[in-house]
Design a protein around this ligand. Structure first.
Ligand SMILES: Cc1ncc(COP(=O)(O)O)c(C=O)c1O
Length: 431
């Protein structure tokens, strides 16, 4: 079966995976005894120009930049098959969640900029109205589109797929996104949640048909019990349907549509963006933004990369620690000794921004790379800034978002850019 050269390659060990033959989720080189490399599979660039189409669905508009589309075409499916796959999921999403994917709004927010005390223009990308209420659904749409292409094209990697359940460890926006998309795709989903998960989220997950496992910490266990149970289910054959790039590199790719939209919207407005403040938990959002803006700048959509500023809270800041520890090294060296730079934060405390308390930044390397390439840096925020950012966004941008979803702005309150304009992604509708 020809694959037309669509390939995934691990940024740590360079292992290559042909997505027609094997699932390009976890790197096949990961997990070997004594291995300390960082492993994330990344699709090749493909070389397509930046799309100029006006389709309202980003998975149609930016299809030529997505590896599942390229795989579909390389496997001999006609253009219309992609429209059928995306269109079918869109109709199902609309019936499950009342909306499908549409380019989300981004606008200049002068009132908010003034209230926050910024000199430069402030751009707000609003993801609160996206499928399931946050940008997380973009990540998982990338994965489900790949699975659907395998099925429709009858590719070898798709053998026995429907006998395998999807699995995710989350009790927040990622779990909700996974449950909505799994329901739309009529695929069974297991969700691993902590004992204290919000009752409203658990109810919605149940209503969407997800099977829930509550994960208590086992005696002597280090790390997040939900993530450990998730990993065990994947080793028994479940398909990783979370947003950690180390478990499923494809999840990052779908998230890049967010950056494509932002770059397009800035170009249309003839505007520049000096700095991009992104909230960081597991790191998939910031990694996707870094990669997406890189692809857009390489294609001439914008003149330069916005400085990527990664925002974490003082309750849990493993990425900022990795940044300090690796500052004087070529970054390639850090991929060879992961445990020296990234390990679980020892004592995670409570925070308003509960969605970014991941004890590890799974996609740390790509975010450090994105900050280095763009001249950015990390910033740590406290609870006051988190509360103020959420309030400012509600009052001056009219958006009702969680404190997690406005924590990018909190970073800009604490460490505003010296000059120039800035952008934030407001995500996660308040519940
Ligand atoms: C609204 C919102 N923004 C940002 C993030 C951070 O994303 P990531 O875990 O990809 O760093 C999360 C994670 O849950 C979130 O819910």
């Amino acid at each position: 079966m020809s694959t037309g050269g669509v390939r995934f390659r691990c940024h740590g060990c360079q292992a290559a995976v042909d997505p027609a033959q094997a699932l390009p989720f976890r790197c096949p080189g990961a997990g070997a005894e004594g291995d300390d490399r960082d492993h994330v599979l990344v699709p090749d660039d493909g070389g397509a120009d930046f799309p100029g189409g006006g389709e309202p669905d980003p998975f149609l508009r930016y299809r030529t930049l997505l590896s599942p589309y390229r795989l579909a075409r390389a496997a001999g499916l006609p253009e219309s098959a992609w429209f059928d796959i995306v269109g079918g999921l869109d109709r199902a999403l609309t019936s499950v969640d009342g909306r499908g994917f549409r380019v989300t709004p981004m606008g200049s927010a002068p009132d908010l900029a003034r209230a926050a005390g910024f000199d430069g223009e402030l751009w707000v990308k609003d993801e609160t109205g996206n499928v399931s209420g946050s940008h997380k659904a973009r990540h998982l749409m990338g994965v489900i589109l790949y699975l659907r292409v395998l099925e429709v094209a009858g590719l070898p990697a798709g053998r026995g797929l429907r006998d395998r359940r999807l699995a995710i460890a989350s009790c927040g926006n990622a779990a909700l996104a996974a449950a909505v998309i799994a329901r739309a795709a009529e695929w069974a989903l297991d969700v691993y949640i902590p004992p204290g998960a919000s009752g409203a989220v658990v109810k919605r997950l149940r209503d969407l048909g997800a099977a829930i496992t509550v994960c208590e910490r086992r005696p002597g266990e280090a790390g997040d019990p939900c993530y450990l149970r998730f990993q065990e289910s994947v080793s028994r054959g479940a398909l990783p349907f979370g947003v950690q790039g180390s478990a499923n590199g494809l999840a990052i790719e779908g998230g890049r549509t967010l950056a494509f939209e932002m770059a397009d919207q800035l170009r249309q407005a003839k505007a520049a963006c000096g700095s991009l403040y992104a909230q960081v938990g597991g790191g998939a959002l910031a990694s996707a933004l870094a990669q997406g803006f890189h692809a857009a700048v390489a294609r001439g959509v914008l003149d330069r990369l916005p400085r990527l500023v990664a925002v974490q809270t003082s309750a849990c800041a493993p990425l900022e620690r990795a940044w300090r520890l690796s500052r004087d090294l070529p970054l390639a060296e850090a991929t060879r000794a992961r445990s020296h730079y990234m390990w679980p934060w020892e004592s995670v405390s409570a925070s308003l921004a509960e969605g970014i308390l991941d004890d590890e930044t799974y996609d740390w390397w790509a975010v450090l790379d994105g900050m280095r390439r763009s001249g950015g840096h990390p910033v740590i925020v406290g609870e006051d800034a988190l509360a103020r950012a959420q309030q400012l966004v509600r009052r001056h941008a009219g958006l009702s978002a969680s404190a997690t979803g406005t924590s990018g702005l909190a970073g800009a309150l604490v460490a505003p850019p010296a000059t120039g304009s800035l952008a934030v992604v407001v995500s996660g509708a308040a519940r």
